[in-house]
Design a protein around this ligand. Structure first.
Ligand code: PRP
Ligand code: URA
Length: 211
C-alpha cells in the first residue's frame, strides 16, 4: 500500500510501548519515558544503512580489524514542541549528532502549520537529517519542515514519527517522495479536528503536561 520509503516498525517492543502511549491513563512521567524509548528503537532502524569502515583495535587478548562508523555527519531536528520528546532517545543512539530546532504549530482553525522558530547547525547542508515529530496527522507540519530543511541544501532526510494518519503519509509521499519515513503505526483516519483516530491525543500536551 505504501512504497519502500515508508518503514512501519512492527517490532513487538515498539508495539507494546505504543499501546502504553495510547492509554489515556498513562501519566506524564511514563509517557515521556516511553516516547524516548520508542525514538531510540526507531533510531536503531533508521540508521541501518550508515556506512562503516575498518579500524585496527587491540583488545586485551589480540589485535584485530573491526568496524566503526565512517565519518557520517548527522543532525536531528525536532519539530517543537512534541518532537522534543524524541530528542533524548535519538541522542542516546547517536550522541555526536548536532541538533537543530524548528518551531511550528497548527492553526486551530485551518490546521495549517505556522512557523515561529528556527535554529539550525551552520553545516546542516552537509548532514544527514532526522526530523522528529511523534504525530503525522494532516502532514502539513512535517511537509513544511522538510521543505524548510531542504531550503538549506539538505538532501538526505528521514522523517521519524510514532503515529501517522494515512492522510499525512500520502501528503509526504506526494510532496517529498525522496524522504524515508519511520513510524510505529499507521492509524485509521483523522477526525473533524484533524486529530488521529484512535491515536494518542495531543502529543505535546501529554509530554509536557499542559492539558
Ligand atoms: C502537533 C504535532 C505535529 C502536528 C501534526 O503539533 O506535534 O507537529 O501537530 O499535525 P499535522 O500533521 O496536521 O501538521 P501541535 O501543532 O499540536 O503543536 P505542539 O507540538 O506545540 O503541541
Ligand atoms: N497532533 C497531535 O498531537 N495529535 C494528533 O492526533 C494530531 C495532531
Amino acid at each position: 500500500m505504501y512504497n519502500e520509503k515508508v518503514h512501519i516498525l512492527d517490532h513487538p517492543l515498539v508495539q507494546h510501548k505504543l499501546t502504553i502511549l495510547r492509554d489515556e491513563r498513562t501519566g506524564v512521567k511514563e509517557f515521556r519515558e516511553v516516547v524516548s524509548e520508542i525514538a531510540a528503537l526507531e533510531c536503531y532502524e533508521a540508521t541501518r544503512d550508515l556506512p562503516l569502515t575498518d579500524v585496527e583495535v587491540k583488545t586485551p587478548v589480540a589485535t584485530g580489524t573491526f568496524k566503526t562508523l565512517y565519518g557520517k555527519k548527522l543532525a536531528i531536528v525536532p519539530i517543537l514542541r512534541a518532537g522534543l520528546g524524541m530528542v533524548d532517545g535519538m541522542l542516546r543512539m547517536i550522541p555526536s549528532a548536532k541538533v537543530g530546532h524548528i518551531g511550528l504549530y497548527r492553526d486551530p482553525e485551518t490546521h495549517a502549520p505556522v512557523e515561529y522558530y528556527c535554529k539550525m547547525p551552520p553545516d546542516i547542508a552537509d548532514r544527514e537529517v532526522f526530523i522528529l515529530d511523534p504525530m503525522l496527522a494532516t502532514g502539513g507540519s512535517a511537509s513544511a519542515a522538510i521543505t524548510f530543511i531542504k531550503g538549506y541544501g539538505c538532501r538526505h532526510i528521514h522523517l521519524m514519527n510514532i503515529i501517522a494518519a494515512p492522510e499525512g503519509l500520502a501528503l509526504i509521499q506526494r510532496d517529498h517522495p525522496d524522504v524515508e519515513i519511520y513510524v510505529a503505526a499507521v492509524d485509521e483516519k483523522l477526525n473533524e479536528h484533524a486529530y488521529i483516530v484512535p491515536g494518542l491525543g495531543d502529543a505535546g500536551d501529554r509530554i509536557f503536561g499542559t492539558r
